[in-house]
Design a protein around this ligand. Structure first.
Ligand SMILES: [Zn+2]
Length: 383
C-alpha cells in the first residue's frame, strides 16, 4: 500500500510532502516529495504523523491498568482510537504483593506486544509529594524488592524519589536491568537530583508536578534534569501546567520533551466519580481531583487527556510548533524507553500512523499496517 501526504513528519522532525510504502505491517520504503506511483491514499490536508507513544498512562475508557488484562485492553483500545499505537501501562503505588499480581496480569500483553511494558509509579515516592498516590503504601526503596519486580520481565520504567534512603542503589538496579529510572514525586533538591542522574536516572516524571518548582536560590530538581539532558515528561492539559511553562520547556529543551497523558479511567468517558489506586476521584469539567470522605476535593489525580489532546493543547494553546509537538508525542518517548522500531516514519519501522486534520483531530489510525480506522469512516472491529 502506498500512502502520501502533503505534510508528513520526517524522521528528522520536519513537515514535508511525504510518501510511505507499507508492506507486511512495516514501512518498507519512504521518501519526501512526489511519490513513485499513484497513492492508494493521499492525505491532502492536516498532517501524517507516526503513531503516538504514551509512556505514562494509567487508564481510559472507564478502566485502568490495575484491573487486569481485560481492563488493560479497554484502556489500550480507548487510547488507540485517539492515535496512541504504543503505550506503557502505568501502575500507581501499591504493596509489593499487589504490584507483583498486577504485573503478572499485564505480562501476557507485554509479551504479545499490545503493551510496550509496565511503568511503576511508586511505591518509592516522597510522602510529602504523594499527589494521588495512597500515602499509606509508600515505602523506602530496597534493591531486593526492586529486583523481584524487575525479575517479572515486564517493567520498562520506574519512578523514584531519589532523596529516600536506598534510592540511589535502586536507581542503579533499575537502570542495570535496562529499564528507565525516572525522578518524580520527590522532595529532592538540585544536588540530590544530580546524584540520581549520576546513578543512572534518565528522565523526569511529569516535570513541575509533584516536585519543587524553580527558585533562583533553591534550583531544585528541574535545572538538574535540564542540564543533564534528561527526558522531560509534560502533562499538557492546561491544568497541570500553564501553557507559558509548557512553551518555556519546549523552547529550552526542544529535543527532550515528552508529552504524556498521565490519563486515568475518565479519559475517553468524561465527568463523574472514579477510583485511582483505591482512592476516590471526582472528574468535573475534565479536571480529575482526589475526593476526601467529606466530599472535599484535593490534589490533581491524573488527567483525562489522550495524547492527541495533549498535542492539540501544546500547539493550539501553548503555541508550540506542530513538528516539535509531534516529535514530543512520537520519536522522543520512543527513544526515552529504548524502542527502535516505532516513533518515526522510517523504513523498517512498524507501520504505525496517525492521520490528523487541520485542527489536529485524529481522522485515521494504523497500527502494524492495519487500519484501526482509516479516516473514511471505516473501522476494523477486530482491533
Ligand atoms: Zn504522578
Amino acid at each position: 500500500m502506498l500512502i502520501s501526504a502533503e505534510r508528513g513528519l520526517t524522521p528528522d522532525g520536519r513537515l514535508e510532502p511525504l510518501w510511505l510504502r507499507i508492506q507486511d505491517g512495516r514501512i518498507a520504503e519512504s521518501g519526501t516529495g512526489t511519490p513513485p506511483g499513484p497513492a492508494d491514499l493521499h492525505h491532502s490536508h492536516g498532517v501524517l504523523s507516526p503513531g503516538f507513544v504514551d509512556v505514562h498512562c494509567h487508564g481510559g475508557g472507564g478502566a485502568d491498568f490495575t484491573q487486569g488484562a481485560e481492563g488493560a485492553r479497554t484502556v489500550r483500545s480507548t487510547h488507540l482510537a485517539q492515535g496512541t499505537t504504543t503505550m506503557l501501562a502505568s501502575l500507581v503505588s501499591a504493596p509489593q504483593d499487589v504490584l507483583l499480581e498486577q504485573i503478572k496480569e499485564l505480562k501476557p500483553l507485554v509479551d504479545s506486544g499490545e503493551l510496550a511494558g509496565v511503568h511503576l509509579e511508586g511505591p518509592w515516592l516522597a510522602p510529602g509529594r504523594s499527589g494521588a498516590h495512597d500515602p499509606e503504601v509508600l515505602t523506602n526503596p530496597e534493591t531486593a524488592a526492586a529486583e523481584q519486580l524487575l525479575g517479572q520481565g515486564a517493567i520498562r520504567m520506574v519512578t523514584i524519589a531519589p532523596e529516600l534512603p536506598g534510592a540511589l542503589e535502586t536507581i542503579s538496579a533499575v537502570s542495570s536491568a535496562g529499564a528507565v529510572a525516572a525522578v518524580g514525586h520527590t522532595d529532592a533538591d538540585y544536588r540530590q537530583t544530580q546524584d540520581a542522574l549520576a546513578a543512572g536516572a534518565t528522565a523526569g516524571t511529569h516535570l513541575f508536578n509533584a516536585m519543587a518548582g524553580l527558585h533562583h536560590r533553591e534550583p531544585g530538581p528541574i535545572p538538574a534534569l535540564l542540564e543533564a539532558g534528561a527526558w522531560l515528561e509534560l502533562i499538557a492539559d492546561g491544568v497541570h501546567l500553564h501553557p507559558a511553562v509548557l512553551d518555556m520547556v519546549f523552547t529550552t529543551a526542544p529535543e527532550k520533551t515528552v508529552l504524556v497523558s498521565d490519563a486515568m479511567a475518565a479519559s475517553g468517558i468524561g465527568d463523574g466519580d472514579y477510583t485511582l489506586g483505591g482512592l476516590e476521584v471526582r472528574v468535573a469539567d475534565g479536571e480529575a481531583r482526589l475526593r476526601g470522605p467529606d466530599g472535599a476535593v484535593g490534589a490533581i489525580a491524573g488527567s483525562t487527556l489522550s495524547l492527541s489532546a495533549a498535542l492539540r493543547h501544546s500547539v493550539l494553546e501553548a503555541g508550540v510548533p506542530t513538528a516539535q509537538a509531534l516529535q514530543a508525542a512520537t520519536a522522543h518517548p520512543a527513544r526515552m524507553i529504548g524502542l527502535s522500531d516505532t516513533g518515526a516514519l522510517s523504513p523498517g519501522n512498524r507501520a504505525d500512523l496517525v492521520l490528523l486534520n487541520d485542527q489536529l483531530l485524529v481522522e485515521g489510525v494504523m497500527r502494524a499496517g492495519q487500519w484501526v480506522s482509516d479516516g473514511q469512516g471505516n473501522t476494523d472491529p477486530g482491533l
